[in-house]
Design a protein around this ligand. Sequence first.
Ligand code: SF4
Ligand code: SF4
Length: 157
Amino acid sequence: MNETDVCCRLPASDTDGVQRIAEEPVDLLCIRCGVCCDVYQVRITRAEAELIAHHMGVEYWDWVGRYCDTRWRDPRSHLIRHDEKGCVFLNGAGREGALCGIYEVRPYSCRAWSASVFKPACQEGLRRFWQVEVSNDGQLEGSDQSLTRLRRFMAQL
Ligand code: SF4
Ligand code: SF4
């Protein structure tokens, strides 16, 4: 894989300080910024809760008490609790890369979620941690330095 073939199709270099990718919107792979796990609170089915509790070796109602939001009143589902960093299962964030503490058994809504240059959470992650903006037509814009840094990070994903 050469430098122009990385997942976000960032150009290798430019000289005007602002780089753009022509034509199609950038096909963004998840940069593991963790913003979506911070801003969205995930609802899970009872079956999912049972699976995660079993995976963690915790008795079901004990697990619910520890990891679910007590404000949620629907008995058919649960809301995963948030703490000061977002989802209680979120480890790390930003440039180091966020990790899901229950990745193998993460809920359907987390598995079904994918990154996109058009999703506000992904745009926020690009802006906050990489100083890269997304234009209206889905191109990544930033300084040579910012885009090079992002390109190098994405090449390792
Ligand atoms: S369960 Fe994992 S993937 Fe889903 S919101 Fe929490 S940390 Fe993110
Ligand atoms: S906000 Fe987007 S890029 Fe960041 S972790 Fe979530 S899906 Fe990945």
